[in-house]
Design a protein around this ligand. Structure first.
Ligand SMILES: [Zn+2]
Length: 68
């Protein structure tokens, strides 16, 4: 079988084999998280990964959000 590299759903970083967290959502889709840190930020803190410098989703200079 091939080794598939998983990408963390929160920080977009590669997850090393045998590490990380796999979660199945209510709709049946599977998400992978590299660490408890990412899990916490995604579900508990509900942070936006594009605003966090340690994620690969971070957008330099900030995100332009549409004003309501
Ligand atoms: Zn992560």
């Amino acid at each position: 079988m091939s080794l598939s590299t998983k990408i963390c759903s929160f920080c977009n970083r590669k997850i090393k084999t045998a590490t990380g967290i796999m979660l199945v959502k209510n709709d049946g889709s599977i998400i992978y998280l590299c660490s408890a840190k990412c899990k916490k930020n995604m579900f508990k803190l509900k942070r936006e990964p594009r605003k966090l410098k340690w994620t690969n989703k971070y957008v330099k200079g900030g995100i332009k959000l549409k004003s309501r």
